[in-house]
Design a protein around this ligand. Structure first.
Ligand code: NDP
Length: 313
């Protein structure tokens, strides 16, 4: 008999139907059942839950659960959210990394080629060329060298940018300079023309990009935040833009999403607002990744490597 896998936390019936169809096709031998429609026997039987944005109470209502597979890469809302310790396996997916790296390259190039300034000038009918700055003369600093940061580093170096990256533990990545830990951060910030945020949101990274750290960036530097909103202190960012110390910020993530209509970020001339689209989950690719994780579990009885609950990622 097919094993029961719970599908929890889809956003509405249309998303549930789409995910159900794509995931079921990738999971032969498994019976994927939306939590909403599960009977008591199915709830008792489920060892694995595939989750989008789950209500923790629904996960708590699955007593035999052994591990949780997230459909997103960022799992800060799941860590510590359940009534018992459960391994949480986040999505590490090649297509997501490719799409994120593409977005990092696109918006880094946007900043390197002074496009925010030219957009402003067009609105004011100003014809004024700015000096060209080569990618090799543009230092891009990556906060985070994990699945997404590493993919972004490869794409940026391929396009000729000078890349430096920061992580918690030491890393060696061909073609980029790496630093790590609290001591490595300040000297790196001092060299950045463009700072790209790709660290997870944890107790250590909340508020990481604050007034003091923004002040360390080169005058005229720009920021890209593709990770999570609360990693950047919004008031400090606006102050740095207003003071002219920062030239522009490209923001894909915010403290509250969707960004509230009253947020000053919507209309700030130094801010590009994106609706959390930099690294979308590709369901076809994600389904294949989830299927591989489930196969490993069914053959070994061991859940795949989950996030470290203490570290928060
Ligand atoms: P990983 O867990 O693979 O990588 C995280 C990186 O951050 C690692 O290099 C890690 O260091 C580093 N890091 C974590 N904490 C610290 C710290 N305190 N000091 C220094 N470095 C630290 O995550 P991913 O690359 O897969 O994803 C990163 C984040 O991107 C996700 O958590 C999510 O929030 C966000 N995201 C955003 C999307 C969007 O569409 N906007 C889409 C997908 C993800 P070390 O290597 O030493 O462990």
């Amino acid at each position: 008999m097919a094993e029961v896998v719970a599908l929890v936390g889809c956003k509405g019936p249309a998303q549930e139907a789409e995910y159900l169809q794509i995931l079921s096709a990738a999971l032969p031998g498994e019976r994927l059942v939306p939590f909403r429609t599960m009977n008591e026997a199915e709830r008792a039987q489920a060892q694995v839950a595939i989750v989008a944005n789950p209500d923790p109470a629904e996960v708590a209502a699955l007593p035999g659960l052994v591990w949780v597979q997230s459909l997103w890469a960022g799992v800060e809302k799941l860590v510590g959210a359940f009534d018992r310790p459960l391994p949480i396996v986040r999505l590490v997916d090649r297509e997501m990394a490719r799409a994120m790296a593409e977005a990092v390259l696109a918006w880094t190039t946007y900043l390197q080629r002074d496009m925010p300034a030219y957009a402003r000038q067009q609105r004011e009918r100003v014809w004024k060329p700015h000096p060209y700055r080569k990618p090799a003369d543009t230092v891009v600093g990556l906060l985070g060298l994990g699945a997404l940061g590493t993919a972004a580093a490869e794409r940026l170096t391929g396009a000729g940018f000078s890349v430096t990256g920061w992580s918690r533990t030491p890393k060696t990545i061909a073609g980029i300079e790496t630093v790590h830990g609290a001591d490595g951060l300040a000297p790196m910030l001092g060299r950045c023309d463009i700072l790209v945020c790709l660290v997870p949101l944890t107790s250590e990274t909340r508020g990481l990009v604050n007034a003091d750290r923004l002040a360390l960036l080169k005058p005229g530097a720009a920021l890209i935040n593709f990770a999570r909103g609360p990693i950047v202190v919004t008031a400090d960012l606006i102050a740095a833009l207003d003071a002219g110390h920062l030239s522009h910020a490209v923001l894909d993530v915010f403290d509250v999403e969707p960004l509230p209509a009253g947020s000053p970020l919507w209309t700030h001339p130094g801010v590009t607002v994106l609706p959390h689209i930099s690294g979308p989950t590709d369901m076809d690719s994600a389904a294949a990744t989830v299927a591989a994780n489930l196969r490993e579990y069914r053959s070994t009885g061991q859940p795949p490597q989950g996030v470290d609950a203490g570290r928060g990622y």
